[in-house]
Design a binder for this molecule. Structure first.
Ligand SMILES: Cc1cc2nc3c(=O)[nH]c(=O)nc-3n(C[C@H](O)[C@H](O)[C@H](O)COP(=O)(O)O)c2cc1C
Length: 195
């Protein structure tokens, strides 16, 4: 079994989403000693923006890197993604990664009946962190976007671990972290055990 671990926070050791994604991966490792884990830190090792030159594959090194990123995603059974909310949405470093994995003919295709996802059969677990409270609000272009995006490429098995309101006060932060940790115990632990 292969697990791909992605982080995208720019806050390094102070990051909430990094702590949660690491805890989720630790659960999977605990239940699957032979688990193959690949890790990409999109803050330390960002991908370039998807430009015209990138689409035209005019830079062979960049084209090869894009292909590696797509292959790495397609070879994973489980994908764990640490995602902070930035400006109501996701970090641009994560968007640059998404631009490499949502590829017509590889992870989705257009048909007369509408787009068809081609990347189903894998599980995605999102570790989400937000400074304010956005769950269910029209300000949330982070979690619903990711759900729609993965559904678009055929992945409906998407689980979410959330810590939000972490910038409101130290008490809110502690409460949000405790809630996220409880969700990892209640949801992710049994999932990892059963996989
Ligand atoms: C550049 C930037 C933009 C942010 N934008 C938002 C925002 O729009 N809404 C919000 O609730 N919190 C926002 N925050 C707060 C983060 O979501 C919060 O600090 C969260 O913990 C970040 O995840 P991390 O701890 O994993 O880095 C922002 C933080 C940064 C650094």
């Amino acid at each position: 079994m292969k697990l791909l671990h992605i982080d995208s926070s720019a806050l390094g050791a102070n990051s909430v989403s990094r702590g949660l994604s690491a805890a989720i991966v630790a659960e999977w490792k605990a239940h699957h000693p032979g688990l193959q884990v690949e890790y990409r830190d999109l803050d330390a090792e960002p991908l370039p923006h998807l430009t015209g030159a990138a689409l035209a594959k005019s830079d062979p090194a960049q084209a090869a890197e894009a292909e590696r990123v797509l292959e790495q995603f397609l070879s994973a059974d489980v994908v764990v993604i640490g995602v902070p909310m930035y400006n109501l949405s996701i970090p641009s470093t994560l968007k640059a990664w998404i631009d490499r994995i949502v590829v017509a003919g590889r992870t989705f295709r257009y048909t007369a009946e509408g787009p068809q996802g081609l990347a189903g059969g894998r599980k995605v677990i999102i570790a989400s962190a937000r400074g304010g409270l956005h769950a269910g609000a029209p300000t949330d272009f982070q979690e619903p976007y990711l759900r729609q995006l993965f559904a678009f490429i055929g992945i409906h098995d998407v689980e979410l671990v959330r810590a939000e309101g972490v910038a409101i006060s130290p008490e809110h932060r502690e409460q949000a972290l405790a809630g996220a940790r409880a969700r990892i115990d209640e949801l992710v632990q049994p999932l990892a055990k059963a996989a």
